[in-house]
Ligand binder design. Structure first.
Ligand SMILES: [Zn+2]
Ligand SMILES: [Zn+2]
Length: 369
């Protein structure tokens, strides 16, 4: 791709004055575009020249883009729009009244075919696939290698993706002359309006298949189950997406395959609640234990048990922090904490003796005040 320094001044390209009106810019462009259009001009540099002209016009014919260019130059424009952006929405066909219909071959290398929505199947990436992966909290903490069974399309082995019966070949579609699209030209208020439609004869592929491949019904691809290994990073959280590039639907027409997007779903854990990298768990103790202090055993993820001292006089709802006993942080940067929430239980079924003792205790409490 040309760097901004190598680009010529857009006004200079069009041979227009900096103060030129929109109409003057359009006039200048029209004259040059007709002169350099590769359908008419067979000079070897005509295509490059035409592209330069078209890009200059795409910027200078748009008020916002022209302002950006006037103040920031090429750098200002390229910061906000790629060359692709500049020319994508640009109605070349409209401008030429549909006279030249194969502009995609001129702009194809930097526009892709995005310029022509009807041909999107031609070079577009295959579809992304989504996979929902259920994980337990332990699995999310450990990380793991998982084998996923994914049904996705792959190039038909019988016809090698052409969609035509072996021994036959797809032929350029007669309806659209192999472009995969049709232009519908309408005139309204002296303007030519060109609508680009997908050719329904060849479904936009530009090729027509006389004898379809029986394996894939002329699609060029078949659906097949695949086993894919995926590495689950330790610490993965609910709703995260793991992207396996190129493992989505393949594209029979030669484009890049899509990606496989694996969304993780964490099953609720009976003991632990997760918040980011921290885990929360509750431990019930009696009010006597809370007052006198005690030791409790806390089960941690991965089967480990930790003994924790609950200090005398602990209030209900107090969180005891166990450093490094939470979830692993993504990217291997240590672990979060486990927060043990102390729940003081009030006894409900006192024996006679317990009741006596508590009444005694209550009297002492009152006297203290
Ligand atoms: Zn086939
Ligand atoms: Zn067609």
């Amino acid at each position: 791709m040309a760097t901004t320094e190598q680009k010529r001044d857009y006004y200079e390209v069009l041979g227009a004055d900096r103060s030129a009106t929109r109409d003057q810019i359009k006039q200048a462009y029209r004259k040059l575009a007709l002169q350099y259009h590769p359908d008419r001009n067979k000079a070897p540099d005509a295509t490059a020249k035409f592209r330069e002209i078209a890009e200059a016009y795409a910027v200078l014919s748009d008020d916002a883009k022209r302002r950006e260019y006037d103040t920031g130059g090429h750098a200002g424009v390229s910061e906000r729009w790629s060359t692709e952006d500049l020319v994508r929405d640009f109605q070349f066909g409209d401008f030429f009244g549909g006279r030249f219909d194969d502009l995609s071959s001129i702009f194809g290398d930097f526009l892709g075919r995005r310029m022509w929505p009807g041909q999107a199947q031609g070079v577009a990436r295959g579809t992304d696939l989504r996979y929902d992966l259920d994980l337990t909290l332990d699995e999310a903490a450990q990380g793991d290698e998982r084998l996923l069974q994914v049904t996705r399309s792959e190039k038909c082995q019988t016809c090698k993706g052409s969609g035509a019966k072996p021994g036959t070949k797809p032929t350029p579609c007669g309806d659209c002359k192999g472009t995969g699209q049709k232009q519908q030209v309408r005139s309204s208020k002296g303007m030519k309006l060109v609508t680009v439609l997908t050719c329904d004869h060849c479904r936009g592929r530009g090729l027509f298949i006389e004898s379809p491949c029986l394996t894939c019904q002329a699609n060029g691809y078949t659906f097949a189950p695949h086993s894919l290994k995926v590495q689950i990073p330790p610490g993965v959280d609910d709703g995260m997406v793991i992207r396996l590039a190129g493992q989505g639907e393949s594209n029979a027409n030669g484009g890049q395959p899509g990606d496989l997007l694996i969304r993780t779903h964490l099953r609720p854990h009976p003991l632990f609640q997760r918040q980011g990298d921290d885990l929360y768990t509750a431990v019930p103790i009696s009010f006597a234990e809370a007052a006198l202090g005690t030791k409790v055993s806390i089960p941690c993820l991965g089967g480990e048990t930790v003994h924790v001292t609950v200090p005398a006089g602990t209030q209900s709802g107090t969180a005891l922090r166990l450093h490094g006993k939470g979830m692993p942080r993504l990217g291997g940067k240590g672990k979060g904490n486990l927060l043990v929430i102390v729940e003081v239980r009030t006894p409900t079924d006192l024996t006679t003796r317990q009741r006596e003792l508590l009444q005694e205790f209550a009297k002492l409490e009152t006297r203290k005040k």
